[in-house]
Design a protein around this ligand. Sequence first.
Ligand code: KG4
Ligand code: ZN
Length: 353
Amino acid sequence: MNVLGIESSCDETGVALVGFVGDARPRLRAHALHSQADMHQAYGGVVPELASRDHIRRVIPLTRNVLAESGATLADVDVVAYTRGPGLAGALLVGAGYAVALATALDRPAIGVHHLEGHLLSPFLSADPPDFPFVALLVSGGHSQLMRVDAVGAYSMLGETIDDAAGEAFDKTAKLLGLGYPGGPALSRLAEFGDPAAFVLPRPLLHSGNLDFSFAGLKTAVMTQYRKLGTNVCDQARADLAAATQAAIVDVLVAKSLRALQQTSLKRMVVAGGVGANARLRAQLDAACARQGVRVHYPELDLCTDNGAMIAIAAALRLQRGIGLATRDGAFDIKPRWPLDAIDPVVASSALA
Ligand code: KG4
Ligand code: ZN
């Protein structure tokens, strides 16, 4: 069974082919990605209309690349999976419309996938996949959440951000330091040259006792420190501020993850979403979890940020369990706002029969 995955919820067009036989572990056959970061860079953030138009331009050539690389043809595609939400409405419509049109033309079922479920299940394509149940830390540009994951489709929210997401905190600080968009990777590169102790920044909600996050205050504190430095800010001060910001975000993410593990008594953890690529987060979390006898699983580095493979694997794992909401009627909807714990009640799929 081959699942073609289409991701178009924000500023990356992702296409991938995931294959599986029976209930054996699904494998990534090929994936291709186009990031629109350069196009949005000039505006300091994603321009939704430009994003939609670019997805239209990219999705067919990317599909051709994936098929060529995997040695498959359209006739080998058994199911087309697409991101149904959450995300930018216009961008989602492009991927959903394309996926359902392709599925209809091929006389195959289509299946809409929750973007965060894709992130959450992306480690199942890694060399070291987790077993259920586990605690998941989902940290992306739009979300910061701790979830308890008991099975595919069984997600309960343990805590989430009450304002900015962790990725947003990286991006906004990076913008302030003149590092462009998206800022997370650039900020973490600059932080390598800085001293995290050079500035004292708050660790919001660190001692709140619950599992919620708040990063908006951190952004304000960084801005205040930056203004104090005046107009002649030197490269070392910028690097120090980047290092201090990264350390503050990572400290909070690690502390709350440990608390979630303690509260649930679980001994396995998954980190997914763009911020999961952050080297300091990985190092600190690995060290802290090792002391508690907890295994941490990550997606492959190139599958941390948005991609088509995570959509295909989420669909594949659902289909293997008979809980894929596959349709054949050519109809689709998108869900720009869609909390993960409000994911559709799982319904046995007959569309593949
Ligand atoms: O998961 P993702 O690609 O998109 C969303 O679903 O939002 O995450 C993108 C976010 C951006 O905020 C980006 O700055 C951040 O992930 N990011 C990083 C790193 N790589 C990506 N943040 C910190 N360190 C990184 N290495
Ligand atoms: Zn994402």
